[in-house]
Design a protein around this ligand. Sequence first.
Ligand code: SF4
Length: 175
Amino acid sequence: MISTKPVDSVSPTLVKQYSYCPVIVWLKAWFLLEEPVTDSMRIGKESVKPPGGKGQVIVRAGCGTAILDEVVRERDGSLTMVEKKAYKSYNYSRYVEQAVASYIIAKEVLPGVRRLRIEVEGVGRTLELNWDLVKEVEEITKKTQEIVSKEANPPRPWNSTKCRSCWYGKFCPHQ
Ligand code: SF4
């Protein structure tokens, strides 16, 4: 479905997609284009749903909106944000970017988060937050925000081999 109503805030998913291709962010934000959900994507989403009695948390803060899969209070009183993924990715750094972007959005309203836990197919890795990592993802988040707020379409990615298998290609101004 195509609409001209623009998205007006960033999400961790858009930040993750920026690193793949900024044009996809623009198409999603300005035309609300979404790749159709496949059966395996649907099954994947179901498999990471929280157990009964627990729920994901939606956070809306200054620069965007994030859905947090789980927030755990540790013995020392600090918080760990948990990001759950149903499938392994060929590019794990995109999961890290997405989790850090959730932290950047949530930190205003959820102080005390010290680490992130990324669970892929049930196997978790814990990541201590550090200034360099947060700064790097803040830069990407700002660039994502710029695309969401500007009507002009961004340049195509440096690696144009991505275009060959891109679902958004049929709507892409560079094709
Ligand atoms: S076709 Fe290429 S430039 Fe266009 S949205 Fe897809 S990856 Fe980006």
